[in-house]
Design a protein around this ligand. Structure first.
Ligand SMILES: [Zn+2]
Ligand SMILES: [Zn+2]
Length: 268
């Protein structure tokens, strides 16, 4: 049997995150960090519809990842998958939901959605029980890892071998340090449980590229402390040091801040 794994980032920034993953025609929303109506619109722009979804997977309880999950689940009867700790932290914010649609997984333990293997891996971030996801459909793997204070070795192990990786390229360290955020917020973002800088992202892009990865999406950019061209330049430079030209030897794209940019399709 042939297989098809597709990934379409719908929106990605410090103010809202969602992506559409399609495995052999079954659609899953990865994070729901926008209003229900916005998510419906984004899905339509990606040639899908909320009514066609099979479920919603949530990385952690911060609003920019779960804002619309409750309303979307209620409207379309969708199951929501999240780690135990995330459920405990986000349940009150999601409103009334039938128990059957609140599905808890263990961070670090694989589970299957039909033939799709889902690996939720722990990430260093200031949330209750936050995860990134690796998805493997019969040997082809796609990963997303955002909201991380640093690139932990365990995260790298979880995402290596992916055909496509969405990585956080949150801020430019100098823009953040010299910016207008209060000192406490700057310290939080720069801390070990905060967000990944352009430089740290670029180092990871290089490490993954050395192992053969050739498709990178940069996401979760800060509107205040980053600029798209800085994020792209940092990772492009890291690739060029390996003799790889972004756009020719490897795909290096920004995940759209507020609109789907491209649907990545792997058929095999
Ligand atoms: Zn977060
Ligand atoms: Zn976030």
């Amino acid at each position: 049997m042939s297989h098809k794994l597709e990934y379409c980032p719908l929106c990605s920034s410090s103010s809202g995150n969602a992506a559409l993953l399609t495995a052999d025609g079954a659609h899953y929303l990865i994070d729901a960090g926008a209003a229900c109506r916005t998510l419906e619109k984004l899905l339509k722009e990606a040639n899908c519809s909320a009514a066609a979804l099979s479920g919603i997977l949530i990385t952690h309880e911060h609003t920019d990842h779960c804002k619309g999950a409750g309303a979307l689940s209620r409207k379309y009867g969708l199951p929501i998958y999240a780690s135990r700790g995330t459920w405990a932290a986000m349940r009150p914010a999601l409103g009334e939901l039938p128990e059957a649609n609140c599905i808890a997984f263990e961070s670090g333990s694989d589970f299957f959605l039909d033939e799709l293997r889902v690996t939720p891996f722990p990430i260093p971030h200031d949330a209750a029980d936050p995860v990134g996801f690796a998805f493997d459909l019969r040997g082809v793997k796609i990963s997303s890892a955002t909201d991380m204070g640093f690139m932990a070795e365990s995260v790298f192990q979880a995402i290596r071998g992916s055909a496509l990786v969405l990585l956080e390229s949150n801020h430019d360290v100098e823009l953040l340090k010299n910016g207008r955020y209060p000192a406490r917020l700057k310290a939080r973002i720069l801390g070990r449980r905060g967000h990944l800088s352009n430089e740290a992202c670029a180092r990871t892009v290089a490490s993954l590229a050395m192992e053969g990865a050739r498709a990178f999406l940069l996401g979760h950019l800060s509107a205040e402390n980053n600029r798209p061209e800085l994020a792209l330049a940092a990772s492009a430079e890291a690739l060029s040091k390996l003799g790889l030209q972004a756009g020719a030897d490897a795909d290096l794209l920004l995940a759209g801040r507020s609109a789907p940019e491209k649907n990545f399709v792997f058929s095999y």
